[in-house]
Design a protein around this ligand. Structure first.
Ligand SMILES: [Zn+2]
Length: 158
């Protein structure tokens, strides 16, 4: 009888220790993510808003690419036109969107990584990194695509 009591006692201690370890690990992960998100960023909003210039797939999900609308004085013949790199730097990547039905995906934190699910068609994809990290990677990926596209376009015009 006493041995059962002791083993039940050990079982509870084990459960409590496992819960405390899980709690402190998940809390430190959450705090690290909050620190990364909380960094002050300089955000400049273009005066004439954004226009959609295309979409692309990166990391298994869809992203919408936007560039600032040109202002009325941006293409003056006396002013030098901006280089493809300067234009590509203004790229704004929004999303992620469902690659099947274009609905914006919902991010959920799991114990190991994240899942993004579509509320419309139940599309679901797993990721090891949070969405803001993947958006930064998508930005770098599409920025080089946009730059290359603009370079080719400018060569054709000359
Ligand atoms: Zn969908």
């Amino acid at each position: 009888m006493t041995s059962i009591k002791i083993s039940i006692g050990y079982f509870f201690i084990f459960c409590l220790a496992a819960f405390l370890i899980w709690y402190f690990i998940s809390r430190s992960v959450r705090r690290r993510e909050e620190r990364e998100l909380g960094l002050p960023r300089i955000v400049s909003i273009p005066r004439y808003g954004y226009q959609e210039v295309g979409t692309g797939i990166y990391g298994g999900v869809k992203w919408v690419l936007q560039l600032p609308n040109p202002g009325p004085f941006d293409s003056h013949p006396l002013l030098p036109s901006p280089s493809p790199l300067e234009i590509a730097k203004r790229l704004k990547v929004t999303g992620p969107f469902c690659p099947k039905c274009d609905t914006e995906l919902e991010e959920r934190k799991k114990l190991f990584g994240y899942t993004w699910t579509c509320v419309k068609c139940r599309f679901c994809i797993r990721s090891k990194i949070p969405v803001h990290k993947l958006r930064e990677k998508a930005y770098l990926y599409f920025k080089s695509d946009i730059r290359e596209h603009l370079r080719k376009q400018m060569k054709k015009e000359v």
